[in-house]
Design a protein around this ligand. Structure first.
Ligand SMILES: *Cc1c(COP(=O)(O)O)cnc(C)c1O
Length: 345
């Protein structure tokens, strides 16, 4: 990557190994189930999640949409966090296309939903209420700076949801970051849940794609829903080949991104005007705001960083995301650029 792009890990370009694998991928028509590379990726993903089956989808958004439309029918209610990506940033797809009604509960600073809040949100059968059908959790919690959520919490939330008659879906867009941060296997973080989506195209560097995993029966239903939303792809093995490299090679190196985020945070904390809580830096994101007496506007900071080939979003809180292309040497250059800009005032 030519620029130091810190806007998100979605900006990460595919690696040379991925481009090679894509060029050489064996393919078939995946709508007929004939693409050997897609089939291999799906089996590999299911194995990583400890589930029966996987379904290659075009994006995390499509994976969550297909999951929710597979678990729910029109008029059903899904319970999810008020800071959930699915609630805030997926264009209202579950309501627009599925007629599924969202009911939110507050996301806690550790990225969890309180069990009591979940219990209260699930209302008994009543002619006035949309029937609650599904609980959605998110791991890592993106809007809180990539907070990883532990296996024990997820198991107890899933057990409660099941006791209340709900299914459980995990939006695990960055589940491998959570696993790396917590020092466990990704499958531990979805133990006891019914389905999970994870992204191949974020920290794992694939150009396109996500995988939805669940039981064989669930994935059969999801395959039909994916077709409804136009997600039946043909020689998708070209894309899945990059996903295989993502799982085999990239999932194992995310701790490097976390160490780089930590180093970046430590450097930025030293700068007068930066307000940063290092406890929030658990995975590959660094969030910070500016002190009240800081004379610099976010737009000014971003514009000055751009002169150093550093790309950021001019918003508060600032969110800088590390990934494969943000090397330790580049982290030092970013800290240096921030120092210079803040010193100049
Ligand atoms: C990025 C993200 C998604 C959506 O993934 P896309 O591939 O961008 O559609 C869903 N949930 C979370 C938590 C995300 O961070």
């Amino acid at each position: 990557m030519d620029k130091i792009d810190l806007r998100s890990d979605t900006v990460a370009w595919p690696t040379p190994a991925m481009r090679q694998a894509m060029a050489n991928a064996e393919v078939g028509d995946d709508v007929f189930g004939d693409d050997p590379t897609v089939n291999r990726l799906q089996a590999m993903a299911a194995e990583r999640m400890g589930m029966e089956a996987g379904l290659f989808v075009s994006s995390g958004t499509q994976g969550n949409l297909v999951a929710i439309l597979s678990h729910c029918t029109r008029g059903d209610e899904v319970i999810l966090g008020d800071k959930a990506h699915t609630f805030n940033y997926e264009a209202g797809g579950i309501a627009a296309l599925g007629g599924v009604h969202p009911r939110t509960v507050p996301v806690q600073p550790d990225g969890t939903l309180r069990l009591d809040d979940i219990r209260r949100a699930v209302r008994p059968p009543d002619v006035h209420f949309a029937p609650p059908r599904l609980l959605c959790l998110e791991n890592t919690q993106g809007s809180l700076g990539g907070m990883p959520v532990g296996a024990a919490y997820t198991r107890s939330a899933a057990a409660l949801a099941h006791e209340l008659g709900l299914k459980v879906h995990v939006d695990g867009a960055r589940i491998f970051n959570a696993a790396a941060a917590l020092g466990c296997a990704a499958r531990d973080l979805v133990d006891g849940v019914d389905s999970v989506t994870f992204c191949l195209s974020k920290g794992l560097c694939a150009p396109v794609g996500a995988v939805l995993c669940g039981s064989a029966a669930f994935i059969e239903q999801a395959r039909r829903i994916r077709k409804i939303v136009g997600g039946g792809m043909r020689q998708a093995g070209v894309l899945a080949a990059a996903g295989i490299v993502a799982l085999e090679v990239m999932a194992g190196r995310l701790a490097e991104d976390h160490a780089n985020a930590r180093r970046l945070a430590e450097g930025l904390m030293q700068i007068d005007g930066v307000v940063l809580d290092i406890e929030q830096v658990q995975t590959n994101m660094v969030m910070f705001t500016l002190s009240d007496d800081c004379p610099l506007a976010p737009a000014h900071i971003s514009a000055r960083l751009a002169e150093h080939d550093i790309v950021t979003l001019p918003r508060l809180p600032f969110r800088l995301v590390t990934h494969y292309w943000i090397t330790p040497e580049r982290v030092e250059r970013v800290i240096e650029a921030f120092r210079e800009i803040f010193a100049a005032g």
